[in-house]
Design a protein around this ligand. Structure first.
Ligand SMILES: [Fe+2]
Ligand SMILES: [Fe+2]
Ligand SMILES: [Fe+2]
Length: 419
């Protein structure tokens, strides 16, 4: 049976870009709009397909280093005191995947004004970073509550004042030429922008194979996990426990790789949850818990939109569904929860119990066994899988710890140190 994934790179980038802007209504689709402005400006400058693809991909992901909602809010309001930090972090993350590595230098400099480039060599990356700086600024200047055609001239005037200190006069000129027509602004605000970029844009039409997908899911795992020290190794632990459990169960190699990807991104929808809820000490209020419940819904829709990921959306997003049908958000029950989804639910619960939380320290193995057995008894988790995990806890727990220690090391030495 053909087990490889069949993922389009453009679709993957667009969907992940959308995911990063889920939390703030004012930022909804900011990456996609920035990509559109960059694309049109780059077209005016006569960019070749290669650099154009890099520009648009970098624009889609440009703020990936600003991983908390609060940080994004400050950037939106131009109140971030050290905007460079998210640029450095973004470049560190992109560097982890071969298919994204070429975007790192562009993202690294997307807030660097022209005058700060000094005598630095004016490479292609420099030009792309300048276009991205302008595109980002244009979109952040727009007010959602005012009709776009009533703002366009004001934004164009703002851009006129940017050259020559902040952006290359050529870049500003190309933007001013392409943004003269009303069509430009109406498309920018259009709800069809996602599909316009997908079908007409210069996004790579290349297919993403399993090896690249694993690297990219690792990047998004880190974006989700690195939002706080407390969660900085969570998805690494869940993915590792799920893969180990699935291995004991006798799943095939291709299935194990899908399980790794699903574990990496199982909490992707947490990008929509503010840190004040994620990091809260003590229990959540009923209202906060409702907001928290959105996260697996978004995990599912983001992954489902990408398409071609085989069982990944289900295995990733059903980890809070329960066999008795009382989980969330789909209220599925044993009829519709397949083995992979059950593995992920056990792996997520086990990992959460085995790690420190803001409101309690990690549990010892005896306590974990009690809690898990109780949940299986109550028809929440699969009994056979829970039994299997408990029988092998002596092998599984140290290996999960090892994986999490490596993730912690990367977080401490490459990510948290910046800033
Ligand atoms: Fe930024
Ligand atoms: Fe979750
Ligand atoms: Fe989780």
């Amino acid at each position: 049976m053909q087990q490889d994934v069949n993922v389009n790179f453009g679709n993957l980038l667009l969907s992940l870009s959308d995911a990063m802007n889920l939390a703030l209504p004012d930022l909804a689709s900011h990456g996609i709009r920035t990509a559109f402005v960059a694309w049109r400006t780059g077209r005016g400058l006569g960019l070749e397909p290669g650099p154009m693809g890099r520009l648009v991909a970098a624009a889609l992901l440009h703020d990936l280093g600003a991983i908390s909602v609060e940080e994004q809010e400050r950037l939106l309001a131009n109140e971030e005191r050290e905007p460079e930090i998210h640029c450095i972090r973004g470049a560190v993350l992109l560097d982890q995947a071969a298919l994204l590595r070429g975007l790192a230098p562009v993202v690294r400099h997307h807030h660097r004004p022209l005058e700060e480039w000094g005598g630095a060599a004016r490479t292609e990356d420099f030009l792309l970073a300048q276009i991205l700086l302008l595109a980002d600024l244009v979109d952040r200047s727009l007010d959602r509550d005012v009709h776009i055609l009533l703002q366009s001239e004001g934004v164009r005037n703002k851009v006129r004042t940017l050259a020559p200190a902040t952006v290359l006069p050529d870049v500003a000129g190309a933007f001013l030429a392409t943004s003269e027509a009303e069509e430009f602004w109406l498309t920018l605000r259009s709800r069809r922008l996602y599909s316009t970029l997908l079908h007409e844009g210069p996004i790579y039409s290349q297919q993403v194979g399993m090896a690249s997908l694993l690297e990219i899911s690792g990047v998004f795992r880190d974006i989700v996990d690195f939002r706080s020290r407390f969660t900085s190794t969570h998805s690494s632990g869940v993915a590792q426990s799920a893969v180990l459990l699935a291995t004991i169960l006798g799943m095939t190699e291709p299935e194990l790789r899908l399980m790794q990807v699903a574990g990496d991104v199982h909490d992707l929808g947490k990008l929509a949850i503010p840190n004040r809820i994620l990091e809260k000490q003590g229990g959540l209020t009923a209202g906060e818990f409702q907001i928290m419940k959105q996260h697996t819904y978004y995990t599912f829709t983001i992954l489902d939109t990408i398409g071609g990921l085989r069982q990944v959306p289900q295995w990733a997003a059903f980890h809070h569904e329960r066999l008795d049908g009382k989980g969330y958000p789909f209220r599925l029950d044993r009829e519709s929860l397949d083995t992979g989804a059950r593995v992920m639910a056990v792996a997520d619960t086990f990992t959460a119990l085995a790690e420190d939380r803001p409101y309690r320290p990690a549990m010892d193995s005896g306590r974990i066994a009690k809690v898990l057995a109780g949940m299986a008894e109550d028809d929440k988790l699969d009994r056979r899988l829970t039994r299997l995990l408990l029988d092998h806890m002596g092998d599984i727990r140290p290996r999960v710890r090892e994986t999490q220690a490596a993730a912690r090391e990367f977080y401490e030495t490459r990510f948290a140190v910046v800033g």
